[in-house]
Design a protein. Structure first.
Length: 113
């Protein structure tokens, strides 16, 4: 059974950093594209970044240059390093296995002074 578990969220001041993690199980992680998304109450869930099974990365414009998506296939883990955080980055962050659209439960990131 596919399982995705996010962790690493929290409260951080503007300009600070956080590293989100996504632990995957129940499928051959190395074979699948994975992505991060985020959602604020009252708005649609929005794509943030994708890492392909070949390690190709793409980012939404607002994240490019500040966020870095990565993966460790041996550990079946995906990460999102977020630097220079802004208040508008406040959201619940979700990881997703793109094929089949499997989602984790989300982790809250709050950027506030």
């Amino acid at each position: 059974q596919v399982q995705l578990v996010e962790s690493g969220g929290g409260l951080v001041q503007p300009g600070g950093s956080l590293r989100l993690s996504c632990a995957a199980s129940g499928f051959p992680f190395a074979d699948f594209d994975m992505s991060w998304h985020r959602q604020v109450p009252g708005r649609l869930r929005a794509w943030v970044a994708t890492i392909s099974w070949r390690n190709t990365t793409t980012y939404v414009d607002s994240a490019r240059g500040r966020f870095t998506i990565s993966r460790d296939n041996a550990k079946q883990m995906m990460y999102l390093q977020m630097n220079m955080l802004k208040t508008e980055d406040t959201a619940t962050y979700y990881c997703r296995r793109d094929v089949g659209s499997w989602w984790g439960q989300g982790t809250q990131v709050t950027v506030s002074s």
